[in-house]
Design a protein around this ligand. Structure first.
Ligand SMILES: [Zn+2]
Ligand SMILES: [Zn+2]
Length: 122
């Protein structure tokens, strides 16, 4: 069970750019997420990066240069962030829910993933 519809479950308390290649988000429940900029770039949810018909990623995993940076992080309303990446890409709107789901830490990527070991056709 995931209370994903509950407001406040994914509220950032603090959003901090660390250097140009790392972003830290401290959540209201005390969790800290650390993202590499290249990771966020790879997970960009905009129409140019995800096929809007199939939902398939258009970015080949691993194809984003590791030195990709975040030039700017900007709040969109009260629910999302928009990043200016160093490669010029800036159309992705990352909702807080999405960012929380992307958290690469061991706690979040451990046993609770729905797609563990999944291998879809295609
Ligand atoms: Zn994109
Ligand atoms: Zn986490």
């Amino acid at each position: 069970m995931r209370p994903s519809d509950l407001p406040g479950s994914s509220d950032p308390q603090e959003i901090k750019k660390v250097g140009s290649r790392e972003l830290h988000i401290a959540w209201s429940d005390g969790h800290l997420s650390v993202y590499r900029a290249s990771y966020l770039r790879e997970k960009c949810p905009c129409a140019g990066c995800i096929d809007e018909w199939t939902g398939a990623l258009r970015i080949i995993p691993g194809s984003i240069p590791a030195d990709t940076g975040v030039v700017k992080a900007e709040l969109v309303g009260r629910y999302a962030l928009r990043f200016d990446f160093s490669d010029g890409h800036n159309t992705g709107i990352f909702s807080f829910d999405y960012l929380r789901a992307l958290c690469p830490c061991a706690d979040c990527t451990g046993t609770a993933r729905e797609f563990a070991g999944g291998d879809s056709n295609g």
